[in-house]
Design a protein around this ligand. Sequence first.
Ligand code: NAD
Length: 522
Amino acid sequence: MFKNEPLTDFTIESNRAIYRAALDKINDQIHRAALSAKPIIDGREIPTSTIINSTDPSDPTIIVGTIHNADLKLTEEALSTLNRGAEKWRLVSFEKRALIIKRAAQIMRNQKAELNALITRESGKPWQEADGDTAEAIDFCEYYAEEMLRLGVPQKMGNTPGEENLYFYQPRGVGVVISPWNFPLAIACGMVVAGLVTGNAVALKPSEQTAIIAHRLVRIFLEAGIPGDVIALIPGRGSVVGAHMVKSPVVDFICFTGSQEVGLDIIKTAATIEPGQRNVKKVVAEMGGKNATIIDEDADLDEAIKGVLFAAFGYAGQKCSACSRAIIIGNIYETFIERLCHAASDLICGPAKEASTFLPPVIDIASQKRLLDQINRASSELKLAFKGEVPAVGNFVPATIFRDVPASHWLWQEELFGPVLACCRAKDFGEALQLANNSAYALTGAVFSRSPANLNRARLEFRVGNLYINRKQTGALVYRQPFGGFKMSGVGSKAGGPDYLVQFMEPRTITENTMRKGFAPS
Ligand code: NAD
């Protein structure tokens, strides 16, 4: 029976001491330049000559580790190794595959503090967020292993005497997983595990910004018992090695999480049949969001303010589920904005490794520059309600709130992926729903209301993949809140839900006439 991995309680001093010790250990490795991400092919680490640095978002002058980018030749070598490995792996029983994945979960559990600390340093996640990332990775392993035990058993279909019909799943073959940096362990892990446990061989192309964590993940799978020719790590530029793998005729499926622009490009490329290609490529693509929270006139404002604050500014708004639009109904508008801005001024902005930090830096200097430019541009076009303070060193972007934002404005429509919130007033619940649905995306949404009639309307008319009622819209847990959107937020079934694994397999049916007259001796 699946159970979510408990989160670490950092109010307990001994837990804080463990985290500090893990941070010290990672810090020591960073200072000794001991961390790197080299391509891993057939279980071997392969150094390359194109080396880039992975830096600490809290202080980008610090190099967390070096990334050895794979070239196209190495990428080809990895895919042909996986192509061979896939033929053996598909014959390994689903029970054994599930067991190996559960072993990987246990290794992560044993290394939790160290993985958390690495996430804090490479992706700039504060303690609680990093801990959530590792817990989610463990959950994906445990849940998908359990799911495979359910799905692996062939089902008998129909009920006709003299005939036996078996319905079962087979793996697709070779898959490419392309992951983002914002859940550097959990999302990469979830997509890779889904591919492996269903019997496929998988190449992981991690995000450029968090390849050290991805490297650690692949090492864990190898240690757990995944054969070397069944998993590969291919660090490199997305537009180079990622795009190349998407095109490859050896690849049978692509599992992607990232921006809408790249996701749509992958869908288009994968639809073009290459010579020698054996399957129509399956694409699972989880993309962006421009998520709204509706605050009804009768909402509990203490809860609503807390919910919006956490969902908008947690991990500096760099979650696909983050709240980037708040729609406030009727007369509470001024009070809500005033109280929200007041509460935002109390958020502690600082380096991710400080236990007290709530608002960390953004992932890299390019994101920081883009977001600061967007905030400047929006400030000249809209009413700025709040802008926080930030430390001088680090890729920091201030928590920023704009008010009276029209639905036609780019700030209402575009995903910024940073700590920027657009607010507007709606005259009634109907208008609030219209404003919320006025988006190309449909990922998450939240409603704070005490009106059963309005909540029912929201259930029917607030069309998003994950709707949260009287709670914040971030923090989906595996199995409890299967996660994913539709419209331009993605194609594919929800991660951490009962339909997810089926996407990585092909169903087959075998029908046997059992009215036999005896078998010939062999
Ligand atoms: P991104 O699209 O820039 O990069 C994602 C991955 O795609 C990276 O590994 C990158 O190297 C690779 N890539 C880039 N160009 C490529 C190409 N041409 N071909 C193949 N691969 C390529 O996204 P990001 O900045 O890493 O992540 C942020 C985005 O991810 C946001 O839009 C966010 O909403 C989205 N996201 C969505 C979910 C979800 O579940 N829906 C979860 C997390 C993040």
